[in-house]
Design a protein around this ligand. Structure first.
Ligand code: ATP
Ligand code: MG
Length: 360
């Protein structure tokens, strides 16, 4: 039963059209130049002052303030964001946002990097345990920081259970497979259960009350909410005690809000922007990003285990690691790794029990 086909459908949806490019307009730096704001040059923010956003031509103090409030504190954060995000955050046109990002990229000397520099960056990649040895082995030691891991599978396949388990595991010290940090949990399906966290924490020897305190949960009620929360996550990540961001479910709200054919392009565009925010968080803050995506198995197919994501396949290849989960007998779950950039495809069997995610 190891080599069932999973027939992952390619992203067949229409290409997203670019938003029409308005001319870069007003920068009116004079707008609400609130008095004492200039004290920020002497704030303790340790960064050398070249990092201040005003070094970017076209950003005046008012825009810089808006960006900082939205979580874009330094030039690198700007250089790595999507034009749409920036234009929303700073209330500027997308054309202008693109220009600013271009300037930021130049300042950061972004573009080609030699592979040895990349290798250096990869050396600090951390790995987060799933709490199952077999599952960890499939992932080359656990979920990687600087990447997005997507778990997709039908209802009850264990996507949320893994999410809660990771939120607990991340608190473990490094030598026990954790990252010695807390988690942010964006819960769009309202299935986060503190009771489960308590059970899971007890199983791995953590103080349940402490474990609960280190998980920050936010409920998203709309896709806009969800996107905003991911952007706000940056504030917490910057403080340093967070090394895991969970979005459970990544896709449900987008699917329920954008249903008709005509809305697919918008949905895809927003989802892409959301994913690019998440990629940026993973990359800049060396953290694990775990997202879930419900798919439905097609009852009319008899061979293998074909899956048809609800509403079409909407993630394409945006996640770095893609795990296809399915249920088996007696609490057993099968995880299949698909499309990894550096690991062989394969499967792992684990269990979801009262104790959480455990070896079979
Ligand atoms: N306390 C528990 N003891 C044992 N098994 C449990 C417990 N809590 C949950 N489970 C198992 O986990 C399953 C639910 O898994 P989970 O919530 O992760 O599904 P999911 O993949 O997130 O589904 P959905 O797509 O509906 O969100 C239950 O059906 C049950 O088998
Ligand atoms: Mg779930």
């Amino acid at each position: 039963m190891t080599e069932e086909e999973t027939q992952i459908e390619e992203n067949t949806e229409e290409k997203v059209e670019e938003a029409p490019e308005e001319e870069a307009e007003e920068t009116t730096e004079t707008e609400e130049t609130t008095e004492t704001e200039d004290t920020e040059t002497i704030d303790d923010d340790d960064e050398e002052e070249e990092d201040g956003l005003e070094v970017l031509t076209g950003i005046g103090p008012a825009t810089a303030k808006k960006l900082e409030e939205a979580g874009y504190k330094d030039v690198k954060a700007i250089a790595t964001c999507a034009p749409g995000d920036l234009s929303d955050a700073a209330d500027i046109s997308e054309a202008k946002a693109k220009k600013i990002i271009g300037i930021a990229k130049e300042k950061c000397d972004m573009g080609f990097e030699t592979a040895d520099v990349l290798m250096e960056k990869r050396k600090v990649i951390g790995r987060l345990t799933t709490n199952s040895d077999e599952f960890n082995k499939l992932l080359g030691g656990g979920l990687e920081t600087q990447s997005i891991t997507e778990a997709f599978g039908e209802f009850g396949s264990g996507k949320s259970q893994i999410g809660m388990q990771l939120a607990v595991n991340v608190q473990l010290p490094l030598d026990k497979g954790g990252l010695d940090a807390g988690a942010l949990y964006i819960d769009s399906e309202h299935t986060f259960r503190p009771e489960r966290v308590i059970q899971m924490a007890e199983t791995i020897g953590l103080d349940p009350q402490e474990a609960l305190k280190r998980i920050k949960v936010a409920r998203a009620y709309s896709s806009d909410d969800q996107m905003l929360m991911a952007e706000e996550a940056e504030k917490y990540l910057r403080e340093g005690d967070i090394k895991l961001v969970i979005v459970d479910s990544l896709t449900a709200l987008f699917r329920s809000e954008y249903v008709g054919r005509g809305t697919l392009a918008t949905r895809q565009q927003k989802l892409n922007r959301h994913l690019s925010t998440l990629h940026r968080l993973a990359d800049l803050y060396n953290c694990v990003v775990y997202v879930t995506n419900q798919v439905m198995s097609k009852p009319d197919m008899f061979f293998g285990d074909p899956t048809k994501p609800i509403g079409g396949h909407i993630l394409g290849h945006s996640a770095t690691f893609r795990l296809y989960l399915r249920k088996s007998k007696a609490g057993k779950r099968i995880a299949r790794l698909i499309d990894s950039p550096n690991l062989p495809e394969g499967e792992a069997i684990f269990k979801v029990s009262e104790k959480g995610v455990v070896d079979n």
